[in-house]
Design a protein around this ligand. Structure first.
Ligand code: ADP
Ligand code: MG
Ligand code: MG
Length: 878
């Protein structure tokens, strides 16, 4: 490949080579849309730059200069000319768009001489010097890493000196002073003269763009978004002829989506600013005008814009995110890319574009990142409770969903708080790319400045986090860590609730409610249901969970954790009594009561899931988990001793004794699962009986219930057969008592490594398998899943020793091999054996893809993740 391509000669399909921005610019050029002349330096050059010890290979600049000459021809302007200088922007652009992640340099080509020529040519010295000022600031920041604040100080001082408050009121004299101060700042910073020739400026800028690829914020962004080398390898550099949206009131700049990025409606959505440069809109320093107003302001340009939108959508078959600039009435396109939309918008546009015959159903399904659907399943504020809360402010709804949390203004602290489990709402005047890490650890984002295209809005939307921007009545005081609106002052640490769908901010914690599924979403789910091959079941242990799962399209319960049922307030005490029971008689009595409760729970759940299988797992956790922990008990006893209630003290002491007896060094590998079932058979007996009794009752009522019993933590066929005997005798007894045949499949979890390895033996008794991938991952890696996250795992990922957290996304090579062994062994003996997974992985799209590929019968996920799982399963099948 050549190192440099002019827009008109590049093959725009080569996104990896040209980067997204470069590919978009050359595609638009080919479509004969008005793009300022320019060229792209390829991502290959970026990689060469790094291979070459961070130096540009020799052949690059000659190729660049050849293309500059082509631009001169097309524009009639001259590089480094004092009469009619060619000015350019230098823009980064990787194969995957990383909004705002790398900086752009504008107005390159200006120096002490060309600025005068530019002034003469534009007959506007003020504009010309202002452009020069902006150039030095951007160049100083991007190339030399000078802190923006230093420049801001100079600017503020100049404004004060001249007695104006608005940048645009600065006169030529002030601007000249600013320019020389700016240069001094750069020179002090670099200890060298400010580079004055456009050639030198260009080389340094190109290198700076390449360097930014390995800059910290770019690396963090790639990491957090899983952008690996195979999807974006290096950045390209685009050099584009400058056009000016700030040349007067017949000039403007704006950003639009070809469809509404928030709700997906077919309408151009966006904003623009008259007499401004593109950066002003994106940075959100000034809040833009809504794009409909452009129709009145500049009808001709509006028409050109809307034609371009239609053409680009038709061409790319995806809604586009477009940057445009109007220079003295002439319309230019500066960027196009696939619009990053909210989940609701993705769903609506998918359905609409199929109707418009723009895309196929398969495409409609695959274009939606399944993970993002989470946002649609986001909570909203409980309308009935809103009246109890005072509205603090209203801004622009930038990313949907409601969230509550404590206010934090400081980015670093927001990260710390978030990482230690606090729910944080990040409140800022505006956000910058370096703030992105705090987005991950916050529940929601609120900025007082900016519009729908501001950095905060775009990033939040991509992440599915609630966000509100452009909230001018909110005055933020960073120094005192407060913000004030409508006479109310909120301090750091106070709780607020934001509704990113409405743009409203409330004081305190407004309760939130479950989301509803829209018609369009139903359509998508319907298409996905038909396309997918693998079944989707729910992890649910309450009738409500089962109902929700069904509403979301779940077909059965893959994991009903019976121990969760013991945590209900009406029974936890009973369960504790059972653990404390001193002999089997006493225990049996309590178990009988518990059995009644379990039976009625099972009846409700089986009813809610009528027609589908419900896999009931017998008690799994160690018994001490149900008792207060010994340290707490000791404290409690100490407190009681001062108040002197002897009977209470004695009781607590008894519990403490038992808690200590049961305590284990390593509970996750301890006395749990089937081991409890074997040593306290009366517990499993009670549970198995409750399932049979529930089935009897439902069968009599003609309810189509399909319970299955599943044993946790099995490591050998001997254990499984031991429990199977209990099962068989209860089955026989119940059947003869009620004179009916009862079908309850008996199966095992495979969550112990040995179980996977001896699955051929287990299959002789087990009628089904269900992979418990949480424990299986834990055992396979010998990683304690309760501990890794806070300890070494982050560093492992940083050091690239692990690509992903194996507890989130199945480890295909290790855990995946065990699964394959298990599936093969089970199906060798029972060809139609039902094999599923019930770990957290069941809701993770890439794990679902794996499960599909190894032929599992179903995955089981929490009810909220079912729609995501359905779409991911369809995508795996397409
Ligand atoms: P990003 O990747 O952050 O979107 P861009 O390279 O698109 O960065 O540039 C930042 C801003 O500068 C955008 O608003 C863009 O429209 C504007 N810009 C870039 N190149 C030019 C140009 N040649 N003429 C006028 N404005 C430009
Ligand atoms: Mg851009
Ligand atoms: Mg388990």
């Amino acid at each position: 490949n050549k190192p440099v391509y002019a827009f008109e000669e590049a093959d725009s399909k080569k996104r990896m080579l040209l980067g997204g921005k470069g590919a978009g610019l050359s595609e638009m050029t080919r479509l004969k849309l008005p793009v300022p002349p320019g060229f792209t330096i390829t991502t290959e050059v970026c990689n060469k730059y790094y291979e070459n010890n961070r130096k540009l290979p020799k052949y690059v600049m000659p190729a660049v200069m050849k293309n500059i000459a082509k631009m001169e021809k097309k524009t009639g302007k001259k590089w480094n000319s004092t009469k009619n200088p060619l000015l350019v922007s230098v823009r980064s652009g990787a194969a995957i768009s990383m909004p705002g992640m790398m900086d752009t340099i504008l107005n390159l080509g200006l120096n002490e001489k060309t600025v005068e020529g530019f002034a003469e040519q534009t007959k506007n010295p003020r504009f010309s010097w202002d452009s020069y000022r902006r150039f030095i600031q951007l160049f100083g920041k991007v190339v030399f890493g000078v802190n923006d604040e230093k420049f801001d100080h100079v600017l503020d001082a100049a404004k004060a000196k001249q007695g104006v408050s608005d940048d645009s009121k600065l006169n030529v004299e002030s601007l000249k002073t600013i320019v020389s101060e700016y240069k001094k700042i750069c020179e002090e910073h670099t200890k060298r003269k400010f580079p004055d020739t456009p050639d030198e400026q260009l080389v340094l800028s190109i290198e700076a763009v390449f360097k930014s690829w390995m800059g910290e914020r770019a690396i963090v962004y790639r990491e957090k978004n899983n952008i690996t080398k195979d999807i974006a390898n290096g950045t390209a550099v685009n050099v584009v002829t400058m056009v000016f949206g700030n040349m007067g009131d017949d000039s403007a700049t704006g950003v639009v989506f070809t469809r509404n990025g928030h709700n997906g409606k077919k309408e151009i959505e966006g904003e623009y600013l008259i007499n401004a440069q593109g950066e002003d809109v994106v940075a959100g320093v000034r809040t833009g005008k809504s794009i409909e107003l452009l129709k009145k302001d500049m009808p001709k340009s509006h028409k050109e814009l809307s034609n371009a939108c239609t053409k680009l959508e038709k061409h790319f078959r995806e809604p586009q995110d477009i940057e445009f600039t109007i220079e003295q009435g002439k319309f230019y396109l500066l960027q196009t890319r696939t619009a990053k939309m909210s989940a609701a918008a993705l769903v609506k546009t998918s359905v609409d574009m199929v109707k418009e015959k723009l895309i196929t159903k398969d495409k409609a399904l695959t274009r939606i990142p399944a993970q993002q659907l989470e946002a649609l399943l986001h909570r909203t504020m409980d309308e009935s409770k809103i009246k109890n809360h005072k509205q603090l402010a209203k801004g622009i709804a930038a990313s949907p969903g409601a969230a509550s949390g404590i206010v934090e203004f400081d980015v670093k602290r927001a990260i710390e708080l978030g990482d230690t489990g606090s729910k944080v709402i990040l409140v800022r005047k505006e956000t910058k790319p370096e703030d992105v890490p705090a987005f991950f650890s916050s529940e929601g984002i609120l900025t007082s400045l900016g519009g729908k295209s501001s950095h905060a809005a775009i990033v939040s939307r991509g992440m599915g986090k609630p966000c509100i921007v452009g909230c001018p009545e909110l005055k933020i005081d960073y120094d005192n860590n407060t913000c004030t609106a409508n006479g109310v002052t909120i301090k750091r640490g106070d709780t607020i609730t934001i509704d990113g769908s409405a743009g409203t901010v409330f004081i305190g914690e407004v309760p939130t409610v479950e989301p509803k599924v829209t018609k369009d979403f139903e359509q998508i789910l319907d298409w996905a249901q038909k396309a997918k091959k693998i079944g989707i079941r729910a992890n649910a242990d309450t009738p409500e969970g089962a109902k929700l799962a069904r509403i979301f399209g779940g077909q059965g319960i893959g994991l009903c954790r019976t121990e969760r049922m013991f945590n209900g307030s009406d029974r936890i005490n009973l369960f504790v009594e059972m653990i404390m029971a001193e002999n089997i008689e006493e225990r049996s009595k309590i178990l009988q009561k518990l059995g009644q409760l379990q039976k009625s729970d099972f009846i409700e759940i089986l009813k809610a899931m009528e027609g589908y299988e419900v896999t009931i797992r017998l008690l799994d956790p160690p018994l001490h988990e149900f008792l207060p922990n010994p340290e707490e008990l000791v404290e409690k006893i100490q407190k009681l001793e001062s108040s002197g209630n002897t009977s209470e003290i004695n009781q607590a002491k008894v519990v403490l004794k038992r808690a200590r007896e049961l305590a284990e060094i390593n509970p996750m590998m301890g006395h749990r699962g089937v081991r409890v079932g074997i040593t306290y058979p009366e517990i499993y007996e009670m549970q198995i009986r409750a399932v049979f009794d529930a089935l009897v009752e439902l069968t009599k009522k003609k309810v189509k219930a399909h319970p299955q019993i599943m044993i946790p933590q099995i490591s050998s066929i001997a254990e499984l057969n031991h429990i199977k005997k209990i099962y068989d005798s209860i089955k026989k007894e119940t059947e003869s008592k009620h004179k009916m045949k009862l079908k309850i499949n008996f199966g095992t979890m495979i969550e112990v490594v040995r179980a996977a390895l001896t699955a051929n033996e287990l299959a002789t008794t087990a009628e089904f398998f269900s992979f418990g991938t949480n424990d299986l991952t834990q055992g396979t890696f010998s990683f304690s899943r309760e501990d890794v996250e806070g300890k070494f795992l982050p560093e492992y990922m940083e050091k690239e020793l692990l690509e992903r957290n194996p507890f989130q996304s199945i480890d295909v090579n290790g855990v995946g091999s065990l699964i394959k062994i298990g599936v093969a062994a089970g199906r060798a003996l029972r060809p139609n054996m039902e094999v599923g997974i019930c770990g957290e992985h069941g809701g993770d799209p890439s794990s679902i893809k794996f499960c599909h590929s190894v032929g599992l019968s179903y995955v089981s996920a929490s009810p909220h993740r079912i729609p995501i799982a359905i779409v991911a399963a369809a995508q795996a099948a397409i």
